[in-house]
Design a protein around this ligand. Structure first.
Ligand code: MTE
Ligand code: MO
Length: 529
């Protein structure tokens, strides 16, 4: 760089001032989050301000936006959401820090605004209580102290909380002054890392994993029929008949999974009933348990999508429990509530009509995984999950559709939502390249509680050809199908459609998941060489 070509000292000074300001803001924010995490480890994970703000963001996402990547999430999208919140927080922290160097009161006011936002996010969480504001309040208080100390160290070159007399000009620029700022900054970084780290470690004690490992599921009083011979094909790429727990789809609105201890868990049945019932987990395990194979489907599953799975569930009979409570005349809805505040409404008629509706405790021979509702969840065949499959369920209120609206119904989804008949091509995979000759085309088809009667495939819009179905395991589960294709070279489109047990064939028209489930024929484009 030539003589005098560098930035003018004024500009350079302003730049390094802004960098120092940014650093002050970021350190104050880091201390706030670290301390909040530590306090949340004492008062409970729901008090974490990031979790509360994220939860509010999920609930407030307007339905017109209706972007399922944000609203009706997989776990990956939750990481994106938290990252987004942290980036936004960092940006505001930088502004607050730069402000605070000029005008400390403005920086403190900025932090106070954050405190108010955080506290209101926590207080509006359905499962939070008053104590859950403590982490946010403590975090903001400590961030204010950090801001004052760092801003003073930067301006005056000394570490102090008290507003002091103006220092002899130049102390801040001296080596001692720079050292004071460095020491204060390093101190803040250490406090942030230590409190955050300790908080993370301590938060693990809220995990329900140990309790889950200790659960011994009793044997079923009513066992499922053995799987008929030939109910399962083994074709690479074809969905297995039972979906392993570890790969079972997960859909819920929770940023952190509810950790529900079976010791504290109870189910209360109330509302329009003859007598209220309260059940502990031990009570539940003493009831005669039923084993049943049921396919679960999410309303947000697109045609050909992955949000469906089949499991062997173990649980108490839901109709038996409701009969014990005694449903009053006129009640047409069971509104179930989870520890996370989720509400799900299920038609009383569907639960009571003889289908195997369960209060499930087991999934594929194991206690329910935490992500799938440990210690207990509802499973009702034939209805989309948001109207039937309440995880971490703690309350059943017998009521009417006229009186109560559940979470997704409030957001415009259908109040009653039977699962639409769907069929999916698993193999060949989309855009696969296969060798000419005999090619198995295979997949799964479901119409829970109506059953699958037929599956047909066509190539390039030609005539429909009957696929071979595997033996049916009742009407509540999906069925695998395979069709042997004599593939000729070229680019081809395969299409599939199913007919359910009532004789209704999937209509050709396409519908989006909102408001009562997608419909349409799945198709796959394949290159044959
Ligand atoms: N408590 C609670 N239960 C819930 C949900 C939720 O967000 N919270 N989501 C529902 C939806 S939309 C579906 S599709 C199923 C998914 O169950 P799974 O995650 O075990 O596959 O759970 C249902 N039960
Ligand atoms: Mo769902």
């Amino acid at each position: 760089m030539g003589h005098g070509a560098g930035p003018r000292p004024g500009l350079r000074g302003a730049l390094s001032g802004a960098v120092r300001g940014a650093l002050i803001g970021l350190l104050a924010a880091a201390v706030a989050l670290g301390v909040a995490e530590l306090i949340a480890a004492i008062t409970g994970p729901l008090g974490s301000p990031v979790v509360a703000v994220g939860g509010s963001a999920i609930d407030l996402t307007p339905i017109p936006v209706k972007d399922f990547a944000i609203v009706h999430f997989g776990s990956h999208d939750k990481t994106v959401l938290v990252t987004g919140i942290l980036i936004l927080l960092a940006a505001f922290a930088v502004v607050i820090g730069i402000l605070a160097r000029r005008w400390l009161a403005a920086g403190l006011a900025g932090l106070a605004v954050f405190g108010v936002l955080g506290v209101s996010a926590v207080l509006t969480r359905p499962d939070a209580d008053g104590a859950d504001v403590a982490p946010t309040l403590a975090g903001v208080a400590v961030a204010m102290i950090t801001l004052v100390i760092l801003a003073r160290a930067d301006r005056d070159g000394k570490i102090t909380l008290r507003a002091s007399e103006p220092e002899p000009a130049g102390l801040a620029e001296s080596a001692a002054g720079r050292r004071a700022f460095l020491v204060a900054g390093a101190g803040a970084a250490v406090v942030a890392a230590a409190s955050g780290g300790a908080g993370d470690l301590l938060l693990r004690r809220f995990s329900a994993t140990t309790a889950r490992n200790q659960v011994q599921l009793p044997a079923a009083a009513r066992q499922a029929r053995p799987l008929p011979a030939g109910a399962e094909l083994k074709i690479p790429g074809l969905s297995s008949f039972y979906t392993p727990n570890a790969s079972f789809y997960r859909v819920d609105t929770d940023l952190v999974l509810p950790q529900v201890s079976p010791e504290n868990w109870t189910l209360r049945i109330g509302g329009m009933v003859e007598r209220e019932i309260e059940l502990s987990f031990a009570d539940l395990l003493r009831l005669p348990l039923t084993e049943a194979d049921i396919t679960l489907v999410c309303v947000s599953n697109e045609v050909g999508g992955p949000y469906a799975g089949n499991a062997r569930w173990l649980g108490a009979s839901l109709p038996a429990l409701l009969r014990r409570a005694g449903i009053q005349r006129g009640a047409d809805q069971v509104l179930s509530t989870s520890t996370d505040g989720m509400t799900i409404s299920t038609p009383t008629a569907a639960i009571m009509d003889g289908r195997t509706a369960l209060l499930a405790v087991g999934m594929n021979g194991k206690p329910l995984p935490i992500a799938h509702g440990f210690p207990a969840r509802m499973v009702v065949p034939g209805l989309y999950g948001y109207t039937s499959a309440t995880k971490w369920v703690t309350k059943l209120e017998v009521t009417t559709f006229a009186q109560q609206k559940a979470y997704w119904t409030q957001r415009g989804y259908a109040a009653v939502a039977p699962i639409k008949t769907e069929s999916r091509i698993d193999v060949p995979q989309p855009l696969a390249s296969v060798k000419a000759g005999q090619v198995p085309v295979a997949g799964v088809a479901w119409a829970p509680h109506r059953g699958i009667a037929a599956v047909e495939v066509n190539v390039d819009g030609g005539p429909w050809q009957k696929a071979r179905l595997t033996a049916a395991d009742g009407i509540d589960t999906w069925r695998q199908w395979v069709w042997n294709w004599d593939a000729r070279p070229g680019l081809h489109t395969l299409q599939v459609r199913a007919t359910d047990g009532t004789g209704a064939t999937q209509p050709p028209g396409r519908a989006q998941p909102f408001p009562n489930g997608a419909s349409g024929w799945d198709s796959t484009v394949v290159t044959v060489t």
